[in-house]
Write a protein that binds this ligand. Structure first.
Ligand code: MN
Length: 134
């Protein structure tokens, strides 16, 4: 991890408690600032309020799903450039394609390896740093 990325703020939107704990524990241990929401609507509010550096978005959520939430983030000028990393169900064929079509930058299929998740987080954050404030 580089110093630049360790202070980044990551918003996790995930309804599964075990997955939420796993992802947040990983982020905590690498000194990311973590915001969390178990549902899409309050998650979008958190994104608008805090403008995190990255959103990790579960696709399957009760009520509004992660695809709809991603489209809403993309339609708001304030949040449209925040990278979104989708957590997709590997068994659900087409989930990955739908995630990208909705505007997610990339996806990780569940169950995922911790190393894979961390690498993808770092990659998306470094893209964002390279692009500067645009
Ligand atoms: Mn879920």
């Amino acid at each position: 991890m580089t110093d630049k990325t360790t202070s980044a703020t990551v918003l996790v939107i995930e309804d599964n408690p075990l997955n939420m704990e796993l992802v947040c524990d990983i982020l905590d241990s690498y000194n990311y600032r973590v915001l969390r929401s178990e549902r899409a609507e309050p998650g979008i509010s958190l994104a608008q309020e805090h403008l995190p550096d990255l959103v990790i978005m579960d696709i399957s959520l009760p009520g509004m799903d992660g695809l709809t939430a991603t489209r809403l983030l993309r339609s708001d000028p304030n949040t449209r450039n925040i990278p979104v990393l989708a957590l997709t169900a590997g068994a659900m064929r087409g989930d990955e394609r739908r995630a990208l079509a909705a505007g997610c930058d990339s996806y990780i299929s569940k169950p995922f390896e911790i190393d894979v998740l961390l690498r993808e987080i770092e990659r998306l954050l470094s893209n964002r740093l390279r692009e500067g404030t645009s």
